[in-house]
Design a protein around this ligand. Sequence first.
Ligand code: KG4
Ligand code: ZN
Length: 393
Amino acid sequence: MGVMRILGIETSCDETAVGIVEDGTRLLSNTVLSSMNLHAAYGGVVPEIAARSHIEAIIPVINQSLRDAFPDFHGLDFHGLTPEMDKLWSNIDGIAVTHGAGLGGSLLIGVLTARTLAIVKKKPLYAINHVEAHIYANFLTETPLQGPTLQRSKKTPITPLQGGTLQDYKLPSVAPEFPLLGLIVSGGHSQLVFWRDHFDYTLLGQTQDDALGEAFDKVAKILGLPYPGGPSISKKAQEGNPHAYKLPKSKMADKYDFSFSGVKTAVLRLAQAEIGEDFSFPSYKLSDRLSEVQKADIAASFQQIAIETMVDKTLQAYEEFQPKSVVIGGGVAASSELRRQLAERLPLPIQYTDPRLCTDNGAMIATLGCFKAMKEQPQADPYTLDIDPNLSM
Ligand code: KG4
Ligand code: ZN
């Protein structure tokens, strides 16, 4: 078998993202256009706005990703779905697309686009579980060999947020090994999964309410810190004392399950108490009354305990299942506090991937697509593939 190149499409939330990956190990392009700026004013992703943005962005982002992956073609003037684009498409062996979990309207744009392209370009189609793909981002260990030519074309119609060249990506030096323990922590998901091999996994536990990233986002809102909350809490926490306040750790019936709504409410009550008000004081008025020191101490104490909860479970699962690798994925995997606590407590070193591959991206979808193609997993029917907003692992 020759090389396997897959184009991955991701539109489950607010990022219109396309990546191209070779053999499940080599990153050829990772193009992301986020509609985050449009949602920031609302303090969270507005599904209708996200879906409309995907409609506008999907074809330009796909074309950009193809140009980025095959820079030799930059001299030619490609625009839209012209016959010339077929020259770039001839390098692609299949299409992978997120069909769940995610926002229905957003998923629909990616899935319908992928189905249409699979039919028109006559490529096999692979349906990808977004959460599973977050872990697969860690299998990317190589960038293309011909570095300098990877400068992006000057006449690109959109500006990829993921600026720089692929050579700037800090990738793990070796791919993870099975058995593998995966910790997925994003805005929508918090799950602990044990993989015996590719496509052979067990969900050990998951959050019973808020995802870890979601809890960061909500606490940030209480403290008046900008959305998304993960990075802004991390930043504020640097000025604070993580032991200033004692916040509760949830106790769950199932040992690998977790919950973050309790600690979020505890933060709310703490903030109300700090300014001398009771539980009826509105949360949106809190940030004006809290001092910068109080905000920093609450951010640091919350971050410390929320991450410690995840690390406790990860360590417990490590001891029970003795995996060869532990891998983290999802937006919160970019957290330096999570990385610090894992390094301190886990007996084996963890390899991390570039933060641009931790948050939602098309390359992780393409990577899992490559393994599906290489391991001869079932293809999706381009005439019938449906979205699955509540898809679980
Ligand atoms: O994986 P992702 O991009 O989207 C989902 O699938 O949800 O994750 C987004 C989440 C947000 O909740 C954001 O607050 C969090 O990841 N996040 C972080 C950091 N960067 C992003 N949380 C903690 N520390 C960070 N540096
Ligand atoms: Zn995600």
